[in-house]
Design a protein around this ligand. Structure first.
Ligand code: PRX
Length: 649
């Protein structure tokens, strides 16, 4: 935390969509009369049948029910493409920047986007996909990923994107979990100079799926793949024949738009469901307001469409606003640590949105990589996914933004669909590391974790909850509404519980203090420790495992695994390697353990519950603060773990 604040320049306060007075006035109005406020915002979209009702939501225990614009109909693809054709048909909608800088960038106009999306929509229909069906996308960051998302939206199918870094097992689980009809994949995914064999991963996944699941394959590298006739279809070939027009389906505002699986405290990832109307209103509004997006700006969110950030701020938000959005296939450090800035210079980027983990990684490489490039078009910088530490914030502000680009530190989640708390560039004096203020319509409260009572006033700390619904709130967990209620509404009745802790400082500004559940944040990606544990115990030589996060310089948090082996198994370096590979194969490289400590015993209460608090402290080397260990069944386990911690690697 730092005391220094960074007020907006007078120029920005005057030119931005929202200044301080306007924020106060609009925020108050959004809370006092959400119906009127969101009625007005609903006009951002083109509706086929206009809504007459705006908000109909209940956080009441036993009756969690969230509906926005419920009697309106619209089509998301038509809002992101068709309605722009007349005014900006020849404007670039998507700039594709390939992994290899020697490969040419592609500039896809709204007109071209329209044709490609229609072709993909027709191909999907030919494959038997109908309104309400699920389609899984397992793709690199290529324009076809956006075509596929929008094609699903166009015909009313529900997409579920699986990040290309996930394993075949994880892919199969998601295909089966949503009973998808089609997987759309590519031959290979180039990333950082390497190529992930997506099609062969999909082949492996398909062995565990219903025989009827079809596979549509996009050619990316032209590399060799195996082919199953009748199951596999060549997108590039079919696109040559496909019709260039497809009629957008009339969708109800509450029809699901997509499912996105995310990790929670329990073993199984859950399918977060977002719907058509409210989601798009909110994605569009936040993209415009939070980034102070103006007509003609070049907008770059470096996320992958496999995560919610990519959904809302690469595809849906920017395209709904008729923006030019960049899709970047690569990584920040390939071919060198100047890649981000080279892309910013090349495309004259105005808004740049990335994660603290990337900033930290680049910070270590020195300022010369940034200074080589002309970043004078940058106006707004954004941060997302994890808390940004002051050192990273200052570097971002001074070296990248040259002290003239406000940093919007946006706190939100897969479940929230769009930004929930963030400073607004023309309105708020920034504090490095603070998410500052709730967005319009977001009723943030701090609760006492023990009593569940609201803590009023400033200078207070507790758990972060939201007291009322907002339009892009997730509607349910796919196929399990009870789990939705249990996960988000049962700990603190009447509130949406985000799973984060927070502090409201003396000025009433918010600081996220991190997850209060067993979810860790690795390089801005959410990982349930239970998922890694179940992968570990699925290995024949592992008897038991407990996984916690620990501070990691670049990743924010690293994955620390305490592993108890089966009785007669020797802990060897080879086995450690084997377990790492095992977890990568079970879940994906993002879940690979950073440290494994052999642990003949784990600290458990007499009722057999593992005391993670103690494990977290040992992982952090903070032995002075272990707290009460007297309730442990065998307190000597703790001494053993401390003594043997050097066997972690
Ligand atoms: O703990 C918070 C952290 O990331 C979690 C949400 O993860 P996910 O659903 O994967 O979405 C990430 C992108 C929206 C939150 O519960 N988090 C996200 N943004 C911030 C953050 N923590 C601190 N500051 C942020 N700006």
């Amino acid at each position: 935390m730092s005391d220094k604040t960074y007020p907006p320049s007078a120029e920005l306060a005057a030119s931005a969509h929202i200044n301080a007075e306007k924020y106060d006035e609009m925020y108050a109005a959004s809370i006092a009369d959400p119906d009127a406020f969101w009625d007005e915002q609903g006009k951002r979209l083109d509706w086929i049948k206009p809504y007459t009702k705006v908000k109909n939501t209940s956080f009441e225990p036993g009756n969690i029910d969230i509906k926005w614009y419920e009697d309106g109909t619209l089509n998301v693809a038509a809002n992101c493409i068709d309605r722009h054709l007349e005014t900006r048909g020849d404007q670039t909608a998507i700039i594709f920047e390939p992994d290899d800088p020697a490969e040419e960038s592609q500039y896809i106009t709204y007109k071209e986007l329209h044709k490609s999306v229609c072709r993909m929509a027709n191909i999907l229909e030919d494959l038997g996909v109908r309104k309400g069906d699920r389609v899984v996308l397992y793709l690199p960051m290529i324009p076809e990923a956006a075509y596929a998302m929008l094609a699903c939206a166009r015909i009313g199918a529900i997409h579920s994107i699986v990040f290309a870094g996930f394993s075949p097992d994880a892919l199969a689980a998601r295909v089966n979990g949503s009973d998808a009809k089609v997987i759309i994949t590519a031959d290979y995914a180039p990333r950082g100079g390497r190529k992930t064999p997506l099609k062969s991963n999909a082949d492996e996944a398909l062995l565990h799926c219903k025989d009827s699941v079809k596979c549509l394959v996009v050619k990316r590298t032209g590399g060799q793949t195996t082919w199953v006739d009748g199951r596999d279809f060549d997108y590039n070939e079919l696109a040559l024949e496909a019709d260039e027009y497809s009629k957008p389906a009339e969708m109800n505002a509450e029809d699901p738009l997509f499912i996105l699986y995310t990790s929670g405290s329990t073993g199984q990832p859950k399918g977060v469901v977002h719907c058509t109307g409210g989601y798009l209103v909110y994605a569009s509004m936040t993209q415009e307001i939070v980034f102070d997006y103006k007509e003609g700006d070049i907008f770059w969110c470096t996320a992958d469409v496999g995560w919610v950030t990519g959904h809302s701020y690469i595809v849906y938000g920017p395209l709904a606003n008729g923006a030019t959005t960049i899709m970047f296939e690569g990584v920040p450090t390939y071919p060198d640590a100047g890649r981000f800035w080279a892309v910013c210079e090349k495309h004259k980027v105005n808004q740049f949105y990335t994660a603290p983990t990337a900033i930290r990684a680049l910070m270590g490489q020195g300022t010369e990589w940034v200074e080589k490039y002309d970043l004078s078009d940058l106006r707004i910088l954004g941060s997302v996914g994890e808390p940004i530490n002051p050192e990273a914030w200052n570097w971002y502000n001074d070296v990248v933004g040259k002290g003239k680009c406000p940093i919007v530190d946006t706190w939100w989640q897969t479940e929230t669909g769009g930004h929930m708390m963030t400073p607004l560039p023309g309105a708020h004096a920034l504090k490095p590391g603070s998410a500052m203020k709730p967005f319009f319509g977001v009723k943030t409260v701090v609760l006492d974790p023990h009593t569940g009572e609201e803590i009023e006033g400033n200078g207070v700390e507790g758990v972060l909850c939201i007291a009322d619904s907002w339009p892009s709130q997730m509607r349910t967990v796919w196929g399990d509404h009870e789990r939705f209620e249990k996960t988000y509404f049962s700990d603190y009745k009447g509130y949406y519980f985000a799973g984060d802790g927070c502090r409201r400082d003396e000025d009433g500004d918010y600081w996220i203090t991190g997850r209060v559940d067993d979810v860790i944040n690795v390089s801005g990606h959410r990982m349930g420790t239970a998922e890694v544990e179940s992968a570990l115990v699925a290995h024949a030589k592992v008897a038991e495992a407990a996984v916690v996060g620990y501070p990691h310089d670049i990743k924010g948090q690293g994955i620390y695994c305490y592993v108890t082996l089966m009785n007669d198994v020797e802990p060897t370096e080879e086995l450690r390697k084997e377990l790492r590979t095992w977890v990568r194969t079970e879940i994906g490289p993002i879940a690979a353990p950073d440290l494994i400590q052999w642990s003949p015993g784990l600290p458990k209460t007499r009722s057999g519950k593992i005391m993670r608090r103690i494990l977290r402290k040992i992982a952090e080397d903070d032995f002075g603060a272990l707290g009460d260990t007297s309730t442990l069944a065998d307190p000597s386990v703790v001494d053993d773990l401390i003594e043997n911690r050097m066997n972690r690697q």
